[in-house]
Design a protein around this ligand. Structure first.
Ligand code: UFG
Length: 330
């Protein structure tokens, strides 16, 4: 399959590009490089530096590259920013996705894979989260993902296109070999921040809240390896052959880890201390979020290959150790 990877120079997109190659597909990267890193694109992969708002160009690429499937990873992901500047997130995450879907219709491409987030389920959901729970996001970011999920429901019914929605829990880790990895600016995620402390780039970190109703009082999250996420997406391709299909899957290991467990594991893997201070709770954090991925397991035959938090953190550590300044060191 010729697969257009929109946001293919970003964290999850770049890992998916590699996994597409492993599976024998031909990835073609489209990225405006606002967040993505050109250095993450493998040599020999066709790359188009284009914004999704440039519909004539997107249509031309869809046709000239003979695209079979579009995978859409390009989104702004910072929850705090989405509350301060919601229009920025709606424009990028919703309006540009609509532009992409219209371009696909124009070019006659009707298979779509979309990056969503467990955050569409909101704070009332009780873990483990399955796919039958209602959409109740509590941030503008989460709402943009939920909006696209609803748009895809209508589009699959109206236009005969088929789509797979994947809701990630906490995407983490890096490809084996330490060539590509996580490089966000600003970095807000727990594992890379703990690793930055281990590397001496930060003096210490903050633990946001320690009186949650969890075993050690810190939040529980479901950290899932970025290559495992990519493999689930690719496993859905055959199911998209049927027109009008809408598939939704929650992707996680189902085994949560607490903030303190993550810090301890980073200390063990790196062999270095990770000092922290206790800080007030971060707005919008739920005590516990982890996946029921039984549907992905039964329908896609998907099982995460990285089953332990240590195995995930080892890959993240290898990347950050060899690229302490991210892609500046590539
Ligand atoms: N945390 C800290 N200190 C830090 C950073 C995080 O204690 O310096 C805690 C958070 O409070 C939370 C846990 O670590 O309890 C995980 O936080 P992350 O920011 O790594 O991840 P989230 O669960 O908040 O975010 C996840 C994804 C985001 C996505 C969000 C909503 O990683 O990309 O869900 O979908 F935007």
């Amino acid at each position: 399959m010729n697969v257009l990877v929109v946001g293919g120079a970003g964290y999850i997109g770049s890992h998916c590009v590699r996994q597409l190659q492993v599976a024998g597909h031909t990835p073609i990267v489209l990225d405006n490089l606002v967040k993505g890193h050109k250095e993450s694109i493998p040599a020999g992969v066709s790359f188009h530096e284009v914004d999704l708002a440039d519909s004539p160009k997107v249509i031309e690429i869809l046709k000239s590259e003979d695209i079979d499937i579009v995978m859409h990873f390009a989104a702004f992901i910072e929850v705090g920013e989405s509350m301060q500047d919601p229009l920025k997130h709606y424009e990028n995450n919703v309006a540009k996705t609509i532009s992409l879907l219209k371009s696909m219709r124009e070019a006659g491409v009707n298979k779509f894979v979309f990056s969503s987030s467990c955050t569409v389920l909101g704070e009332e959901a009780e873990p483990p989260f399955n796919e039958t729970m209602p959409l109740r996001p509590i941030s503008a970011y989460g709402q943009t993902k939920a909006d696209v999920e609803v748009i895809l429901d209508y589009c699959t019914k109206a236009y005969g296109m088929s789509a797979a929605i994947f809701r990630y829990f906490n995407a983490s880790g890096a490809a084996e070999g330490g060539i590509i990895g996580e490089d966000h600016s600003p970095e807000t995620h727990l594992i890379p921040i703990a690793i930055q402390v281990a590397l001496g780039q930060r003096e210490k970190m903050m633990v946001f809240g320690n009186d949650y109703p969890t075993p050690d009082g810190t939040c529980l999250r479901d950290y899932v390896h970025v290559d495992d996420l990519s493999r689930a997406h690719i496993a859905a391709f055959p199911l998209l052959e049927e027109k009008g299909r809408l598939l939704t899957y929650n992707l996680g290991t189902g085994t949560p880890a607490s903030v303190l467990e993550i810090i301890k594991t980073v200390e063990e893997v790196s062999g270095r201390p990770v000092p922290y201070d206790l800080a007030p709770k971060r707005a919008g954090d739920v005590p516990s979020a982890y996946a029921d991925s039984a549907k992905a397991k039964s329908e896609l035959g998907w099982t995460p290959q990285y089953g332990t938090i240590r195995s995930i953190i080892e890959t993240a550590w290898a990347w950050h150790q060899s690229h302490p300044r991210g892609y500046e060191d590539a």
